[in-house]
Design a protein around this ligand. Structure first.
Ligand code: BGC
Length: 755
């Protein structure tokens, strides 16, 4: 397509028209110029292609498709290749169904366990979310199908999502809420980005020039189109000027007319409109060029893949007395309605019309395992039914092992609203307590997209987090329970003991339409570690049926200049007797304290997943760029590597580090941005070269009568106090020995050192 030529031939009305949908899912076509409509479809973990009535809440019907594990689960795989492979399959399905852009991945940070849409999101950690998103995009787009990285940005709650304002400082945005988008945009180049519904610091995401133009395009180099989340447009003309190109769904011509009027009256430049149209046409052109209409959507084959993927995502959280894997010959009681009818996906726009669903019960029975079933609870309400519990208790007593399938029912977590507490249904908790009392050899399998409180945790021996594993979750669960697949998932989020421990507890979901992100950068493990708050299961945790060790962590050098990459290697060994996969997590722990900036205890800066045969050792190699050591300086408006020492540590969770070493970084000295007469001596002394200039004056202060009166033993105290005195105190506390002019001269000479 010769886009420049087409643009020149388009009428103003046609150009304005291209900036909103033709219907619920398609862009508009311009037949006379050979521009076809292009379909977008949810996403992300399957196709929700609606052929009839469209809606964005998953209410109306969509075609039969394959439901893969949701983002909460795939992130737990910590396996970028796996997520890319899933993306490839989805891309092929899109080709078969003539979908130009799949609406995902969704990378918003799991700030609170309560967000109704946590199941779609990847992690509380921006690196994990970014890596997963980039892999997913690479996979889908390798099939010449576009993606829509969403929801840009700070859409971390469903409560008032269309009117609330996420209030946060620049450091919080840059270190926590933006990096997943940044990584995905820079490394995987999504065709499109979807702007969020909410406001960011008072400005709607759809109208947020800082986000859509300055950061996304100018800084990160995004070159596709920005599409509104469905219905996110507030004021069309300013939105367009801010960088929001395509409004979805259709505005039935109303907003097109607004754009035409704005250009005619000079309120909007035609150039700005052309820019948006060019971006949309570029993607439509890519879609046309990449069409592979002969592709077949093989639902049964994809179902098999969905099972393989789901098995790689499950997280074994507890396995006392090696209760798992189960012996195939012993009688086992499968208890709980989810054993028969698994909860495998969440509600809302990502809801897939699954072409078939397999349960753990049917898969275990099909394999010939001696399994007896008791339902235990109903899912449509939260009523403790004694008779059902009694039946479950009998089944548990008669069995060698009881496996209770539990978790969050559909109504507990969905797009559109948040959870109001972190508990599981009371009827399930009562069931688990009763079953565990009847048979201590009890395992719990949990379905759900986010952490739950587990009052019974000390009374069960095994716990498997199956997340929302897609339509083949039943088979995958059986594979893990019976040891056909060795579990290898790890938590991409912390499981706190109780909701009140979560850092956002006091400010989530906000007051009226203000959601203040008061915890700042201390999200998830960054907070629990800093506050030393015991958690149920730490970020990164996940067990295996074998055991791994990590040692000989080493770097290519011990001291680095800022900007140099640090190459880190660590040996990982399978010291057990089963083949398995380990997630090697590399954390950076800043050691040099400073008054100028607070740092988390540790931050995940790289990870990889390694398959190891029993006894085998492999070396994992990581390359840490400067960014891995940096923090975002609000004053400087950029990331800064602070000089000092850093510990590098590898482990299988943020709390279980097995090998470490230290490096020195020659970065920037953390010093005050501005040196004035109000700057303290402590801060001045941190400036290289300033000590020589300042010391003679300090001794004048120390000579002062006050110091004399304090006596020699308190000289240390005196020095400590001087640290917090501003430079101007030379006038007050040197007994008149220093004049205002001398003070000024000293100030200027220190400023000269700062450059
Ligand atoms: C959701 C998006 C989705 C869109 C289209 C919105 O309500 O937030 O994630 O892609 O609807 O269904």
């Amino acid at each position: 397509m010769d886009i420049t030529k087409i643009l020149a031939e388009m009428t103003l009305e046609e150009k304005a028209g291209l900036c909103s949908g033709g219907d619920f899912w398609h862009t508009k076509g311009v037949p006379r110029l050979g521009i076809p409509p292009m379909m977008m479809s949810d996403g992300p973990h399957g196709l929700r292609k609606q052929e009839e009535a469209g809606d964005h809440m998953g209410v109306n019907d969509s075609i039969e498709a394959v439901c893969f594990p949701a983002g909460c689960a795939t992130a737990a795989s910590f396996d970028c290749d796996l997520v890319e492979q899933m993306g490839r399959i989805l891309g092929q399905e899109c080709q078969a169904e003539d979908i130009g852009v799949l609406l995902g991945p969704a990378v918003n940070i799991k700030r609170s366990p309560l967000c109704g849409r946590n199941f779609e999101y990847y992690s509380e950690d921006p690196l994990v979310a970014g890596e997963m998103a980039a892999s997913f995009i690479r996979g889908v787009q390798s099939q010449q199908v576009g993606t829509s990285l969403k929801h840009f940005y700070a859409n971390n709650q469903e409560h008032r999502r269309m009117s609330t304002s996420a209030q946060m400082d620049a450091r919080t945005a840059r270190e926590i809420y933006l990096p997943a988008f940044e990584k995905a945009v820079q490394e995987a180049k999504p065709w499109t980005v979807m702007c969020a519904y909410n406001k960011i610091n008072g400005v709607y995401a759809a109208e947020n020039r800082t986000a859509l133009t300055d950061i996304l395009r100018s800084e990160w180099g995004f070159d596709g189109y920005v599409v509104s989340d469905w219905g996110a447009v507030n004021d069309r003309v300013p939105d367009l000027e801010a960088g929001m190109d395509l409004e979805m769904p259709s505005s039935f011509g109303m907003r097109d007319a607004e754009i035409v009027e704005a250009v005619r009256s000079g309120r909007l430049s035609e150039e700005a409109l052309d820019t948006a149209v060019r971006r949309i046409l570029t993607i439509v052109d890519r879609y046309m060029a990449g069409r592979q209409p002969d592709t077949v959507f093989d639902r049964d084959a994809d179902h098999e893949s969905a099972r393989d993927i789901a098995a790689q995502c499950m997280v074994l959280l507890k396995n006392e007395a090696q209760i798992l894997p189960l012996d195939r010959t012993v009688p086992v009681a499968f208890i709980g309605a989810f054993a028969e009818k698994p909860r495998f996906q969440g509600g809302g726009s990502s809801h897939i019309h699954a072409h078939k669903v397999e349960s753990a019960l049917e898969m275990a029975q099909a394999a010939g395992y001696p399994v007896r079933y008791a339902k235990g609870y109903e899912t449509q309400d939260d009523v403790v039914r004694e008779a059902m519990i009694q039946e479950a208790v009998e089944a548990a007593k008669a069995a060698e092992v009881a496996v209770v399938f539990a978790g969050l029912p559909d109504t507990f977590e969905s797009e559109g609203y948040d959870r109001t507490h972190m508990r599981m249904p009371a009827c399930q908790n009562a069931l688990i307590e009763a079953v565990a009392a009847a048979n201590p050899r009890t395992v719990v399998v949990l379905h759900g997209g986010a952490p739950m409180e587990m009052p019974w945790i000390d009374r069960v021996q095994g716990l498997l987090m199956a997340y929302l594993g897609g339509q083949a979750v039943g088979g995958a669960t059986v594979q893990i329970l019976y040891g056909d697949v060795n579990p290898s998932g790890h938590l991409a989020e912390t499981f706190p003991r109780r909701l009140e421990d979560n850092p956002s507890y006091l400010s989530f979901p906000g007051e009226g339409d203000v959601s203040a992100y008061r915890e700042g950068i201390y999200v998830g493990y960054r907070y629990y570690q800093k506050k030393k708050i015991p958690v149920l299961f730490p970020f990164g945790h996940g067990l295996s049926y074998t055991t791994f060790s990590m040692d000989k962590l080493r770097t290519d050098k011990s001291a680095y200049q800022a900007g140099e990459c640090v190459t880190v290697t660590v040996d990982v060994t399978n010291i057990g007797d089963r083949a398995g996969k380990e997630v090697v997590q590399l954390y950076v722990l800043p050691q040099t304290q400073s008054d100028q900036v607070q740092r988390p205890v540790s931050e995940l800066r790289a990870f990889t997943k390694i398959a190891l045969a029993p006894g085998e050792t492999k070396t994992a190699t990581f390359s840490l760029p400067a960014r891995a050591f940096s923090y975002y300086s609000q004053q400087k408006g950029r990331f800064v590597v602070a000089s000092g020492s850093y510990t590098l540590a590898c482990g299988d969770s943020c709390e279980h580090l097995m090998a470490e070493t230290s490096v020195e970084m020659a970065g920037e000295t953390m010093q005050p941005e501005q040196v004035t007469l109000d700057t303290t001596f402590g801060d001045l002394l941190a400036i290289p070269g300033a000590r020589e200039l300042v010391t003679p004056y300090l001794s004048l202060m120390a000579d002062d009568s006050e110091a004399d009166a304090m006596g020699e033993s308190t000289a240390g105290m005196m020095e400590a106090m001087i640290r917090y005195m501003p430079l101007r105190n030379l006038l007050a506390f040197t007994g008149g020995k220093v004049t205002a002019e001398q003070c000024q001269v000293l100030l200027e000479s220190i400023r000269a050192l700062c450059g």
